[in-house]
Ligand binder design. Structure first.
Ligand SMILES: NC(=O)c1ccc[n+]([C@@H]2O[C@H](COP(=O)([O-])OP(=O)(O)OC[C@H]3O[C@@H](n4cnc5c(N)ncnc54)[C@H](O)[C@@H]3O)[C@@H](O)[C@H]2O)c1
Ligand SMILES: [Zn+2]
Length: 376
């Protein structure tokens, strides 16, 4: 098949490009090498066998050129950040996806499959259970007053008891920010335009994905990068809140396997699937996995992460996906966070000018003004 991969110079895109080439497909990449993701220009891991088109998913003419002769599309190109430039999320992510379908319909392109990258963030705070009321709850955004007072957990609106999170299935959507709203719109376009115009389409809601090639300059690439960088310099990283919030980090190899499954299996047409990790871990547990790995590789004794009463504006308390729907098709996460951390550490330790990276990351976080402190 001839496959277009938008965002193919990025983290998930480039690993998917490698898998497509290995499976004998022809690949075209459409990517604008956006900054700060590609602060240092075109990455050298882009394989020569892939056709590279420098272009922007906001530009219709770029889609027209990119879609020529293509039988399948992976749409990964996206704007992901913490900045309050709300319109950019819709401009890149929503308008970009609308243009994909617009061009496909106008030109009556014979596209056999579109896979759109969505995010666990679409589920927002996710689902909970109240033991007191024996009922399912979908809590809204956490209030700033509660966070400022160090009250992290969601409470039942009826009986006031702390709620217990449960893995959240695809049926739940409560996007809490511009990124998630735009991602949900991409899912909906894929399913609606796809079905209406007979373009088989699948949306994959990835949990936090980890592995090598995650940009060091992307504010979005989060915990693994920050913890690893701190340990690289022998410092104790800070975990936000009390460190007990849960995540189901998913390994890049499992994500690529899900992508390839979606491409080849028609049962996935017109449907959304969670692509989650093998288990839920707390952020503190995750920091320990990073610490042990960096100790093993550097031979130094490293300090444990601390939680200094900081929290990050806009974070969800727990984010754990229920991937039963995808598991029913035979997929399952084969790797835990230990492997993601080990692979990332190897990648980090092979980089040059790491000092610059930490400086950049710290300055970026300060500028964002999203880290706040509990009032005693
Ligand atoms: N990494 C994660 O943890 C994660 C989790 C959930 C969902 N996703 C989604 O998966 C997709 C890929 O994420 P990633 O982590 O590989 O990101 P990434 O930043 O590494 O890659 C994105 C690529 O898109 C390109 N791009 C950005 N804007 C563009 C534009 N206007 N036109 C053309 N190309 C553009 C960038 O240059 C980059 O190469 C995104 O849609 C993202 O929303 C990622
Ligand atoms: Zn209750």
């Amino acid at each position: 098949m001839k496959v277009l991969v938008t965002g193919g110079a990025g983290f998930i895109g480039s690993h998917t490009v490698d898998a497509l080439l290995a499976a004998g497909h022809g690949v075209r990449i459409l990517d604008n090498l956006a900054k700060p993701v590609h602060l240092k220009g075109k990455p050298d891991y882009i394989p020569g066998e892939a056709e590279f088109q420098l272009g922007d998913v906001r530009v219709k003419a770029d889609w027209e050129k990119a879609l020529e002769g293509v039988e399948a599309v992976f749409h990964f190109a996206a704007y992901q950040d913490y900045l309050p430039d709300f319109s950019t999320f819709f401009h890149v992510n929503s308008v970009g996806t609308a243009l994909l379908y617009e061009v496909a319909v106008e030109r009556r392109l014979a596209i056999e499959k579109v896979v759109v990258a969505s995010s666990q963030f679409v589920a927002g705070e996710g689902l909970y259970r109240c033991a007191g009321c024996d009922s399912l709850r979908a809590p809204g955004l956490r209030m700033e007053e509660a966070l400022r007072a160090g009250r992290w957990e969601h409470e039942c609106p009826c009986c006031g008891r702390p709620l217990s999170w449960i893995p959240t299935p695809e049926t739940h959507a409560a996007p809490p920010n511009a990124y998630a709203l735009a991602k949900e719109s991409q899912e909906k376009m894929a399913l609606t335009f796809g079905r209406r115009y007979g373009i088989p389409s699948t949306a994959l809601r990835y949990s936090i994905v980890q592995g090598p090639r995650q940009s060091f300059y992307n504010a979005y690439s989060g915990a693994c990068r920050i913890f690893s960088l701190n340990y690289y310099f022998g410092k104790a990283p800070t975990v936000y809140e009390d460190g007990l919030q849960k995540r189901d980090f998913v390994n890049i190899e499992d994500v690529v396997a899900a992508n390839m499954l979606a491409l080849s299996r028609h049962e996935t047409d017109f449907s959304v699937y969670n692509v989650g990790g093998d288990r839920a871990v707390s952020v503190s547990e995750f920091a320990e996995i990073v610490r042990r790995e960096m100790e093993r590789r550097t031979g130094k004794s490293l300090p444990k992460a601390s939680s200094g009463g900081f929290y990050r504006f806009g974070d969800t308390r727990n984010a754990v996906s229920d991937s039963a729907k995808l598991r029913a098709l035979g997929w399952k996460p084969a790797h835990g966070p230990e492997k993601s951390v080990a692979d990332y550490a190897e990648w980090l330790l092979a980089q040059k000018n790491v000092e610059d990276i930490l400086d950049y990351a710290e300055a970026a976080m300060k500028n964002l003004d999203v880290v706040r402190k509990v009032e005693a």
